[in-house]
Design a protein around this ligand. Structure first.
Ligand code: HEM
Length: 518
């Protein structure tokens, strides 16, 4: 058995899995930093509840994202040694920057934020969550830059003696047009993921039979409203940046563009296919419900552009790069592109429905409570699916290349996926690790869902500590905030449900911090 398809499956499974955690981590870091800022500025206890509650969920997810991300980096050296040899000089730089600058920033300041409650001055404590959020967002930039280089290699020369691509311009690598277009798309997709998560979780808590306390309800309603606004805003950015990406794809990876549309023949002024009935990979006369001229317009901003089809491009590449099949899998590219847009649209539709029910300060109605409760949970996976299909499209549409040739770059800087694997790793080895990772990741998912369910069910109140109430630090105060945070403030804890530890013990200061951290 050929180890290459197994190694590809392994990379695909571990990447899609890893990218379930990543967008939520990126988006939640910003949302939690925003809640914390609102608390710091207004002293409104609702924001403290939201900061701590979603902060806890953020930490669970962050931990899982880190664990699964490390596996990705190891795979380059283990399964893809020929790839690493060819591109290591250039690909390693943004990955190293990610680890040394962004990840250290993110994890160090996150640690300070976790253990800084009541220990750091309020202003410094607020700064730590922003530093962690900036680290998270920066981290995504370096990873996107590394990935974009595989889609559109720039800033390198080819060394014929070693047969390697060598970096000559890190600036060009970091400002690759593909990166600049993909980055806002990925960040907006991440914000949408977090917004829908925050909105869905909050709506579910508001609608479940065990009603939240008044204070929790007030906080959760605010979270729903923020989530609606963020989903709309991120939806607009995702659509606009996706449009720019489509235009770049037309120039940089025309085969991916044609494959996304199952456009087999070259056409002038082609329409945009909404869906297809039949096998898009056979003869491409199955594109159904075509919006006339729309593909031409989206790709080039002109209604009568000539868009090359899969067959012509294949013939062109055969002439340019030698015999072979240069078509990606059309079924996957065509449908994953549509799935990404469909699931993003469903998430936005959920926000429209939520906006309708909560307009002008209305509370979520309890009339269709079962349906509403179900819908608030059902909408949460939509952006996750959109993200997963987005990556599947981007990476599968690049095939058969692992490093796609840049039409305006050096023709030697290109590498087939089939030539990128390690020569010394057998199929049996890849198969064993593939099965191992799949089982391990399945188990980790059970743990993640168990933890999330546990802390979500407990609600925001459970994350607060007895006596930790409204007295917010406020911009004026800059002492350690110990007194402020722990002031009783007259809050009645009588109705407070047991925290996730279920003990209801009055905490010591140590337990206080740990209760949040763990
Ligand atoms: C109108 C809606 C959308 C359009 C036109 C669009 C367009 C695109 C295009 C053209 C690519 C491929 C870029 C390349 O291969 O170079 C892409 C990739 C991607 N999309 Fe979308 N997209 C849309 C909605 C969404 C939504 C709603 C999400 C997630 C919530 C999303 C997440 C992604 C991700 C994660 C990738 C892979 C990373 C990348 O290449 O940017 N997309 N999208």
């Amino acid at each position: 058995m050929d180890p290459v398809p197994l190694a590809r499956w392994q990379f695909g499974i571990t990447t899609v899995y890893h990218f379930l955690m990543v967008p939520l981590t990126i988006g939640l870091s910003l949302v939690v930093a925003w809640f914390h800022t609102r608390w710091y500025r207004t002293g409104d206890e609702a924001y403290l509840r939201l900061t701590k509650f979603f902060g806890k969920l953020f930490l669970i997810n962050f931990a899982m994202g880190v664990v699964t991300g490390i596996v990705q980096e190891f795979q380059f050296g283990m399964n893809w040694a020929s790839y690493s040899r060819f591109v290591g000089d250039v690909f390693g730089a943004p990955l190293a920057m990610e680890a040394l600058v962004a990840f250290f920033l993110e994890s160090t300041f996150l640690g300070l934020w976790i253990f800084g409650w009541g220990r750091l001055s309020p202003r410094v404590h607020l700064a730590t969550i922003w530093a962690a959020a900036i680290g998270t967002v920066l981290s995504a930039y370096f990873i996107i830059a590394a990935n974009s280089w595989m889609q559109h290699p720039v800033g390198v020369r080819f060394n014929p003696d070693t047969g390697r691509a060598e970096m000559i311009d890190i600036g060009a690598v970091l400002t690759n047009s593909t990166t600049l277009a993909a980055y806002p798309h990925v960040i907006a997709g991440a914000v949408m993921t977090a917004a829908v998560f925050v909105g869905g979780v909050s709506a579910w808590l508001l609608l479940r039979d065990r009603r939240p306390s008044d204070a929790d309800a007030a906080a959760l309603q605010r979270a729903v409203r923020l989530a609606i606004g963020l989903t709309f805003a991120s939806g607009i950015v995702v659509a606009l940046s996706g449009h720019f990406q489509t235009q770049l794809m037309f120039e940089q990876q025309p085969m991916k563009m044609a494959a996304a549309e199952a456009l087999c023949e070259t056409e002038t002024g082609p329409g945009l296919s909404v869906f297809a009935v039949g096998d898009v990979s056979a003869e491409c006369d199955v594109r159904s419900l075509v919006i006339p001229k729309a593909l031409s317009l989206l790709a080039t901003e002109s209604t009568d552009a000539t868009i090359p089809g899969v067959k012509d491009l294949n013939a062109q590449y055969q002439e340019q790069f030698g015999p072979g099949d240069y078509r990606p899998n059309l079924i996957i590219t065509y449908w994953s592109f549509r799935a990404m847009i469909l699931f993003g649209a469903l998430a936005s539709f959920g926000a429209v429905v939520a906006w309708w029910f909560t307009r002008k300060g209305r509370e979520l109605p309890r009339r269709y409570i079962r349906t509403m409760r179900l819908a608030s949970l059902a909408v949460i996976p939509m952006p996750f699916l959109a993200n997963a299909f987005g990556w599947i499209f981007t990476e599968m549409g690049r095939q058969p290349w692992v490093v796609a040739p840049n039409p305006d770059g050096l023709p030697e800087v290109r590498l087939f996926t089939a030539d990128a694997a390690s020569n010394s790793v057998s199929s049996a080895m890849v198969l064993i690790t593939l099965v191992g990772f799949t089982l391990l990741y399945g188990a980790l998912m059970v743990v993640e869902l168990f933890l999330l369910r546990r802390y979500i069910s407990a609600g925001p109140e459970a994350v607060l500590l007895p006596g930790e109430v409204a007295a917010a630090p406020g911009p004026g105060s800059d002492d350690t905030g110990d007194d402020d945070h722990r002031d009783d403030g007259g809050r009645d804890d009588g109705g407070r449900p047991d925290g996730p530890d279920g003990t209801g013990r009055p905490p010591t200061e140590e337990a206080d911090v740990l209760a949040f951290a763990y």
